[in-house]
Design a protein around this ligand. Structure first.
Ligand SMILES: Nc1ncnc2c1ncn2[C@@H]1O[C@H](COP(=O)(O)OP(=O)(O)OP(=O)(O)O)[C@@H](O)[C@H]1O
Length: 250
């Protein structure tokens, strides 16, 4: 289980010498259970991506802790290969000078689990097939890929180490609607194939409703309401109802 315990985070606002701090996360407590897709839903600026970065250990909380199976993700050894991420900006997520093969193998190299020659080809081919691309993509560069293809490469790279948890931060938001659905379907099938758990961060309630089992409605750095997918129509807070009204009117 991935647990967020009483997490607080603030940033300095107004320049280097300013004493003003903006409180972005306020005593956030939640858990992402084994095998579930937990949606973190909220409007822009509510602190969703900050929470995602803390879960990935990219930044540390001011107070509180984030633990994977009871161990703090601050420790690189706890998170390496176990928590992975897919971000919105698929083009900037891949080094433009790396081929698709090298980009996919990057996390494996970081884990010093790099394979050799034919093994690399076989592993990359398998991952490409899993994300719906053929082996001709191995030698392509990022600028030769469409947005949907680039995001599939990012997903292949993210699952290459067979992580337990995948943090998806607006992972389909920049894609065309038809491609969004394909990528969401792909994410669903990979989740069961690799028995992963997802933290699905988005402002897009429609995409979340497609893939998530549980929803955390996030507002101004706090949890407003948590609800399971079968109870989605019965949310109580005005905020969650407001976000959901868009979905129901579709
Ligand atoms: N590194 C940082 N330094 C200073 N302020 C930051 C930093 N990261 C985030 N913030 C501030 O924290 C607040 C929350 O930002 P965050 O990106 O987490 O929100 P969000 O809900 O993910 O929004 P969006 O959906 O627009 O990405 C914003 O006001 C933002 O300006």
């Amino acid at each position: 289980m991935l647990t967020v315990e009483q997490v607080e985070k603030s940033y300095v606002q107004g320049g280097l010498f300013s004493k003003h701090r903006q409180q972005v996360l306020k005593k956030v407590t939640l858990e992402c259970r084994h095998g579930e897709c937990l949606g973190i839903i909220g409007e822009s600026g509510s602190g969703k991506s900050t929470l995602g970065r803390l879960m990935l250990g990219l930044e540390s909380p001011d107070r509180g802790a984030i633990r994977l199976e009871g161990k703090d993700v601050k420790d690189r050894r706890v998170r390496m290969g176990r928590i992975s991420a897919v971000f919105q900006n698929y083009t900037s997520s891949i080094n433009p000078f790396l081929t698709v093969q090298d980009a996919i193998m990057e996390p494996m190299k970081a884990l010093q689990k790099s394979a050799q020659g034919q093994q690399v080809h076989a592993k990359v081919d398998m991952l490409l097939t899993q994300v719906g691309l053929d082996s001709s993509y191995r030698t392509k560069y990022p600028h030769e890929l469409s947005g949907g293809e680039a995001q599939r490469v990012c997903i292949a790279r993210a699952v290459s180490t067979e992580p337990q948890y995948l943090v998806l931060d607006e992972a389909v938001s920049s894609l065309d609607v038809s491609v969004q659905i394909q990528v969401l379907q792909l994410l669903r099938s990979l989740k069961s194939l690799y028995k992963m758990s997802y933290v699905f961060i988005t402002h897009d309630i429609q995409a979340a409703a497609y893939i998530c089992d549980r929803f955390v409605f996030f507002r101004e750095g706090q949890i407003e309401e948590t609800v399971s997918v079968d109870q989605l129509k019965h949310v109580k807070s005005d905020y969650a109802q407001q976000l959901l009204s868009h979905l129901i009117s579709l």
